[in-house]
Write a protein of this length. Structure first.
Ligand code: 9G3
Length: 572
């Protein structure tokens, strides 16, 4: 492509609302343009990258026997009502009415649609297994879209759905998808980890999240450097290996703590560490009050709480002051596990291991010291409720886990029969018995993957595309387009590269060399050939975007040098 002909505009300044590198660079390099909050268009240069990522996904999905199709984005409400999810997602779901007042949504995902398609046509076990996927625009009305393509309201997703006779079949296709995702993200040049994830509102059982490491990611994972363990922090199980306490249980003692409410104030007032306090958090879950009790220095993991209560995250709220007054008899900040009336109490596994702790007295301005689990109170359930912390022991090998931020670029789920039961997706097995189809679903954020690649492949001058997804392999910069010899050599090289199936961009714009070099660095094309003064001697300059140094090459060696690089990268 000739740059003088391409619809391509770089920006000199960083747009004010772009806070993270990928968002800034996507805009500055002219790859996307913002239409509205969380809604972007892909410009020609950016769309070439999207198509490269999609192609890698197609190759790996097809390799595993998945078949591509394309469903509609507009979905009838009836299917979501049938699956029971029509009102699960509230304002996040884009809803609309057609001219006959019939209700639809813009598809945020397609479990219902794919189940509907398959249930009509699958009758016998001989029709299974099936694995279908699409690459399509999804719509989710995010409350706070931000970070460019990282969290937007319209995005490109590859979503696949598998249909098997039984769990054994699902386990096989799940492994296949896990392997396909590993290949896809490797080929995209991403540094990623596949970690155990919470199945959340999806129900079902196993789920893994493919997280591209990035300090600007919204996700957080716990992982072990010593073994393969990894989990999102929402999912990560915590050991309760606090050292066994040997102190004797002392007598209960009420202490006057006027207006001392928070854990922080209490540790200062009593001059004791947070771990010697118990914090009692009161929630209302579907209008039923529940209390969560943890050691004072720990953070509650809300996802573990909602999963234990069997409610959806949006069905859990902090208790109101009235609720707290009603069940503790005290103002906020003095709740404790002794004497709570008709409330379900969930206790973190560490609590029974700590001795002589301080709790709220359920009496305004008072706490109680020397409280011991078992003697002074018992909970309805003892379970892992806390958020994992750096250094917690790895559940697999015992060494300390690390925490890191990352970008969720893919997620795979075992759904089981959640949708086939709700929508009567059945087949007859060998013994003519009616059975529910066993399903899995598998998503990749295509546009988010492009952002993640930029987060991991950029420097102060701009993007540094891996060859596998770069919009072009080679940028030919002609220093002086008015110099006939330089222009001739540029054209010649451009034609030779194209005839060698090498994707080349010819910067034939009538611009100063400095502008061309700045744009080349910003755009991040992996290989740059500069044609300048020494063209008369048949010498060009060769530079890799990811390296600092440049070298001079005789014209005759350029093609072979480039084909060798592409070959080594597995591109040709
Ligand atoms: C909705 C809205 C938002 C949603 C969903 C439904 C997330 C929803 C979960 C999934 C699970 C998998 C197939 C591809 C991989 C992910 N946000 N999820 O179901 F109506 Cl508004 O989408 N789906």
């Amino acid at each position: 492509m000739r740059l003088s002909k391409m619809y391509f505009r770089t920006l000199r300044e960083i747009p004010s609302d772009a806070e993270i590198p990928s968002h800034q660079l996507l805009l500055r390099a002219g790859l996307i343009r913002k239409l509205a909050s969380g809604i972007y268009g892909y410009m020609p240069m950016g769309y070439r990258v999207i198509r490269k990522i999609e192609q890698i996904i197609r190759e790996e999905m097809n390799e595993k026997g998945a078949q591509e199709l394309l469903m509609s984005a507009v979905q009838p409400a009836e299917l979501w009502i049938e699956s029971g999810r029509w009102s699960d997602f509230g304002p996040e779901m884009f809803r609309l009415k057609d001219r006959n007042e019939r209700e639809f949504c813009l598809g945020p995902t397609h479990e219902e649609i794919f189940t509907d398609i398959v249930r009509d046509e699958v009758k016998s076990y001989k029709d299974l297994p099936i694995n279908l996927y699409q690459i399509q625009t999804k719509y989710r009305d995010e409350k706070r879209p931000r970070f460019g393509l990282m969290r937007c309201r319209e995005f490109i997703m590859k979503d696949a759905y598998s249909f098997d006779r039984d769990w054994e079949g699902l386990n096989r296709v799940y492994e296949d998808m896990y392997d396909a995702y590993t290949q896809i993200f490797k080929r995209c040049g991403l540094d990623f980890r596949a970690v155990e994830a919470d199945t959340g509102a999806m129900g079902g059982s196993d789920s893994h999240e493919f997280t591209a490491m990035s300090e600007f990611g919204e996700g957080k994972i716990a992982y072990c450097e010593n073994c393969s363990y990894g989990a999102t922090v929402e999912k990560a199980t915590c050991d309760s290996a606090i050292p066994e306490q040997h102190e004797a249980s002392l007598e209960l003692r009420e202490i006057h703590t006027p207006n001392v409410k928070t854990i922080d104030e209490l540790t200062k007032f009593l001059e004791i560490p947070g771990k010697k306090l118990l914090k009692t958090l009161i929630f209302s879950a579907k209008n039923e009050l529940v209390a969560a009790v943890l050691l004072g220095h720990r953070e509650l993991n809300i996802v573990k709480l909602v999963n234990a209560l069997g409610v959806q995250e949006h069905e859990l709220e902090f208790a109101t002051e009235e609720d707290i007054l009603q069940c503790t008899g005290a103002a906020v900040g003095f709740a404790g596990p002794i004497g709570l009336k008709n409330i379900k109490m969930l206790v973190d596994r560490e609590v029974p291991l700590e001795k002589n702790t301080v709790i709220g007295a359920n009496k305004t301005d008072y706490h109680i010291a020397n409280v011991n689990y078992g003697r002074d109170f018992v909970g309805d359930h003892i379970l892992d409720l806390r958020m994992v912390e750096e250094g917690d022991s790895c559940p697999l090998c015992g060494s300390g886990v690390k925490l890191a931020r990352g970008i969720e670029v893919g997620q795979i789920f075992k759904l089981g029969t959640k949708y086939s039961e709700a929508m009567n997706g059945t087949y007859t097995d060998e013994g003519m018995k009616e059975k529910n189809i066993v399903m899995g679903c598998y998503g990749i954020g295509v546009s988010r993957t492009m952002a993640a690649i930029i987060e991991q492949h950029h420097d102060g001058d701009g993007i540094r595309w891996p060859l596998s997804v770069a919009p072009y392999h080679v940028m030919i910069a002609v220093v002086n387009v008015k110099d006939e010899l330089q222009m001739e050599m540029g054209e010649k090289l451009y034609r030779e590269l194209l005839s060698n199936q090498i994707e080349a961009l010819l910067d034939d714009r009538d611009e100063r060399a400095g502008v061309k070099f700045k744009d080349a660095d910003l755009l991040g094309i992996p290989i740059r050939i500069t044609i300048g003064k020494r063209a008369s001697e048949g010498i060009v300059e060769f530079k890799l975007r990811k390296e600092k140094d440049k070298e001079e090459l005789s014209y005759g060696h350029v093609i072979s040098r480039i084909t060798a690089i592409l070959k080594e990268a597995g591109i040709q």
